[in-house]
Design a protein around this ligand. Structure first.
Ligand code: C2E
Ligand code: MG
Ligand code: MG
Length: 391
């Protein structure tokens, strides 16, 4: 029996960043040599690209494959020639059908490996039917997405945001839904990640921003002053056209930029923020308001908040869940709200589902609440009804 194993170094980029390219290169050379040393009869190995190596391994039982990986990992782990230990990750394709083109076999091994990225529980994965089905689903979605956009299958839903003190609506967040003709209403979790990786999100977001602007123009005509916030995918950050695209839209619909609020996820504030902050400063200069979304879900530092050009902090839903569960959680949320307000920021709590949560938020002077307690994200027509009752 044969298996194709795709091997790469876990977090290779970090090794390069931390120890420099020379150590990075040396790691690759040592990995190549080690693969050669532990090679078995009838096996072939090659460097595929970057830090990816491929091995064709002959085996009798699954244990042989496990043994092979264990030996290789052990040798790389304790290596005197490198300043750091190296962990390997493996994707395995068992050759069951020899008619499958070899290139495809190698792809499948790499696809399997992708399934374990970020997992600390395992360092290998086998290509199997589950993965095959998932891949087929993704291909289906990719075939349909462009047409779906033209057919207006993507729809803007709105979720109200409420002033905690006055219990009146103050704004709304635009959230995308895909009204699929066969599969029904799909939520972002079912397609967003794919769209971010294949780039389609730039088109979808632009479409959503335009939908929001259209509605803002409509509200303006009726003398209703209600900002709408839209989500900005990470993919746009660093794209120098972003400010012009957004300015272009608010000019086209003759609305004030302050009404189109921009939500940027906290996760982006953890990497190098120079570029991000420059871009945000530019957007602010043009009159847009900026919200930091999902605050508390990642590990951004408090120090970063001091310099971040944001107007509003949106506290993440999972963070808020802590409120009712532990005393310490309450203290953390309360202090976060107080700190944000001292920094002059407006505070929104996301995912408010119960009266207890709302009462607690009121007691710590949180400004705005958003969540199922008031309303789920709803289509425009329903939102209009909500608006007429809560303005
Ligand atoms: P988000 O921006 O943090 O949006 C809040 C999410 O929490 C929404 O999920 C909303 O339906 C959900 N939510 C609100 N209140 C509650 C509550 O009380 N309980 C619970 N359990 N959930 C609540 P949704 O609509 O599925 O969106 C998920 C994420 O997808 C959003 O998180 C946002 O990051 C992203 N997203 C949505 N629409 C767009 C879009 O048009 N463009 C981009 N780039 N991202 C989008
Ligand atoms: Mg959001
Ligand atoms: Mg959020």
């Amino acid at each position: 029996e044969f298996a194709i194993i795709s091997i790469d170094i876990d977090k290779f980029r970090l090794i390069n960043d931390r120890y420099g390219v020379e150590i990075g290169n040396r790691s690759l050379m040592i990995l190549g040599k080690t693969i050669k040393k532990v090679a078995q009869k009838n096996s072939i190995a090659k460097r595929y690209q970057g830090d990816v190596f491929s091995v064709l391994l002959s085996y009798k039982t699954d244990q042989d494959i496990l043994n092979y990986m264990m030996t290789l990992s052990d040798r790389m782990h304790d290596n005197d020639l490198l300043p750091t230990s190296i962990s390997l990750v493996y994707g395995i394709y068992k050759v069951t059908d020899r008619e499958v083109p070899i290139r495809l076999m190698c792809d499948r091994a790499r696809i399997a490996k992708k399934q374990i990225k970020g997992s600390t529980l395992t360092n290998y994965a086998v290509y199997d039917d589950v993965i095959r089905l998932k891949m087929r689903e993704q291909v289906e979605i990719e075939d349909e997405m462009e047409k779906a956009l033209l057919n207006h299958e993507f729809v803007m839903y709105l979720q109200p945001q409420i002033w905690v003190e006055k219990r009146k609506i103050c704004s709304a967040e635009a959230l995308v839904r895909w009204k699929h003709p066969i599969k029904g209403v799909l939520v972002p979790a079912q397609f967003l990640q794919l769209f971010e990786s294949n780039g389609f999100i730039t088109k979808l977001d632009t479409y959503m921003w335009e939908e929001a602007c259209k509605y803002l123009a409509d509200l303006q005509k009726r003398k209703i002053d209600l900002p709408i916030s839209v989500n900005i995918s990470r993919v746009h950050i660093g794209n120098t056209d972003l400010p012009d695209i957004l300015s272009g839209l608010v000019e086209k619909y003759k609305i004030s930029p302050r009404l189109l609020e921009l939500e940027i996820t906290e996760n982006l504030f953890m990497d190098d923020v120079t570029e991000l902050f420059d871009q945000m400063a530019e957007l602010k200069k043009r009159g847009f308001k900026i919200l930091m979304d999902d605050f508390g879900s990642g590990y951004s530092s408090l120090n970063m908040l001091r310099k971040a050009p944001v107007d509003t902090l949106k506290i993440d839903r999972f963070f808020l869940d802590e409120i009712l569960s532990t005393e310490r959680g309450k203290i953390i949320v309360e202090s976060s709200v107080r700190m944000a307000k001292l920094l002059g920021l407006l505070v929104v709590a996301e995912g408010v589902e119960t009266k207890e949560q709302l009462d607690f938020l009121a007691s710590v002077n949180c400004d705005i609440a958003q969540g199922f307690y008031f309303s789920k994200p709803i289509p425009l027509a329903e939102f209009e009804v909500f608006l007429s009752k809560n303005i």
